[in-house]
Design a binder for this molecule. Sequence first.
Ligand code: SAM
Length: 289
Amino acid sequence: MFSIPSQPKPWHSYTPITLPPSSSTQPFHNKSILPLRISNTLDENSQTKQSSAGKIKRQVLTQEGRTKLNSYPDREFYAYPRFVTHVDDGFISTLTKLYRDRLRPGWEILDLMSSWVSHLPKEVVYKRVVGHGLNAQELAKSPRLDYFFVKDLNQDQKLELESCSFDAVLCTVSVQYLQQPEKVFAEVFRVLRPGGVFIVSFSNRLFYEKAVSAWRDGTGYSRVQLVVQYFQCVEGFTQPEIIRKLPSSNGAQAEKSPFSWFMRLLGLFSGGDPFYAVIAYKNFKPLYE
Ligand SMILES: C[S@@+](CC[C@H](N)C(=O)[O-])C[C@H]1O[C@@H](n2cnc3c(N)ncnc32)[C@H](O)[C@@H]1O
């Protein structure tokens, strides 16, 4: 196992390493770059003949809906580490409580689009937490990650991870940056074990220029519906469950406004960040066409 040097190397100079088998009893104390495991999930031919589970049934976003105001590569935007929290303490404590309720100790967890914080409850011991993001320095600093890898999901959605290898996948305050969410959700489905859970959480904060137009121009309500559709477009997820926690009556008002981020900036809405989570499980049942 390789350990991360104290001065993290740029992402492109990392060398793939060998990952201990998930059944290994050896504890993973050193954070390492996750090895590349080439999968061919997005290849239609890789689906088992009998089951249609994991197939993309329909496209949710139009071409226009996938566009961003800032069309430069995302890697450039995330080239420098941001050691900040992207949501307030209330949001984070709600999320941590949700994780405490839904994620069992000893699980294997993938934190997609992560940074230097994972929001997992500190006292819970998981078997393995793998992080993914666009900035290696942020990921290397995250105390919760045993491994991490850097990959631009708008360039290539294939996750070089074994099928059915995680009990839970998390995506926190980041789903709005995905331009190919249908393919990413299909990949999440593939890497989840049957019964595994995908928790997508978000608020109304965003890097406006980097969010897809379908999200940018939406409201709290429409964004929840969008994420529900991302789940529903993949065959085999359970009916998504929605959790909303709005800070106050002001918060409910803000949810209806597409300009809530701007009004919040001007201090016209008080209260904390609204909390939304959309959650679904990988169905146990095989599905047939
Ligand atoms: C607002 S931050 C959220 C980070 C973290 N999940 C958290 O809770 O603080 C958005 C994250 O999305 C990731 N991201 C944005 N665009 C991406 C892309 N095209 N491919 C992969 N990750 C991306 C970045 O690495 C960044 O850390």
